[in-house]
Design a protein around this ligand. Structure first.
Ligand code: DGL
Length: 274
């Protein structure tokens, strides 16, 4: 069984792409709705909350956990890999969304030690304030493709608006605001670096205009995991394509909002019930 961790329901956008791309895998989804959003929490809190969620997934049989949440991946992944995982769950793995996204942005393999200076481009990154201030995307892109100018834009309030079920018009207004605050750019592509943002991709599309390509994080992450499982078959679940959904929040409410905002038909149960 493969674990998928997110601060809330946004990770369902990633989960849906994983299910579609790997229909024979079993997944266990964990949404930390009680503590969401992570985007304005302190780093040590994000590390501890992420550790707790991953621990729960691993205690329930996941040898591999995907941190779908960009904020958790940017702030907590390295610390958990280096300081906790091997001692707590030897042989298990945690993967984040940053690696495949940086590879998709730069076209350079994560493990490559040679930067590619031939690529020069402007790319937009929309993310939570925390992901932007972590500098994680910026640093990793610069190491691999120093001539790519990554223009980052924090979108404060957008996660809350999406989870809170704000209507199309106010969300479009917020997104147009973020885009116009950037001013004119020559960006060829935009990355929606937050699991919630694909839900409002059409509003980003309208605000950005047709000439800016949107890089689909769910598709990139799914392709990357598929490839990883081919290379590391021990982490594949050999299952029947089932998914279970856990939340730290109110399971009935979370099931309802998840259906409403991304059409996911999963029924959440409270982590206390597992
Ligand atoms: N899921 C988070 C991400 O991808 C955003 C939500 C939050 O701030 O908790 O960054």
């Amino acid at each position: 069984m493969i674990g998928v961790f997110d601060s809330g329901s946004g990770g369902l956008t990633i989960l849906q792409a994983l299910q579609k791309s790997m229909p024979d895998q079993d997944f266990l989804y964990f949404g930390d709705h009680k503590n969401a959003p992570y985007g304005h929490r302190q780093n040590d809190q994000i590390v501890e909350l992420t550790r707790t969620g991953v621990e729960h997934l691993m205690q329930n049989g996941c040898k591999l956990v995907i941190l779908a949440c960009n904020t958790a991946a940017a702030i907590a992944l390295r610390s958990l890999q280096q300081n906790w995982l091997e001692e707590a769950f030897p042989g298990n793995r945690i993967l984040g969304v940053l690696v495949p996204m940086v590879e998709a942005i730069t076209g350079v393999d994560w493990a490559s030690s040679t930067p590619d200076t031939s690529i020069s481009d402007e790319i937009l990154l929309f993310a939570t304030r925390k992901t932007v201030s972590s500098g994680a995307y910026r640093e990793e892109v610069a190491k691999r493709a120093p001539n790519i100018k990554l223009i980052e834009k924090a979108c404060p309030g957008l996660v809350d608006a999406i989870e809170g079920g704000a209507g199309k018009a106010p969300i479009s207004g917020m997104i147009s605001g973020y885009v116009s605050e950037l001013g004119p750019t020559n960006a060829s592509a935009a990355v929606l670096g937050c699991t919630h943002f694909p839900i409002v991709e059409s509003q980003f599309r309208s605000a950005l205009g047709p000439e800016t390509k949107i890089v689909s994080q769910p598709d990139v992450v799914a392709a990357s995991l598929r490839d990883y499982l081919i290379r590391h078959p021990d982490f594949a679940s050999k299952g029947q394509g089932s998914t279970r959904y856990l939340t730290t929040g109110d399971a009935v409410h979370v099931t309802k909002i998840s259906r409403a905002f991304c059409g996911d038909n999963g029924t959440f149960v409270s982590v206390g019930a597992v």
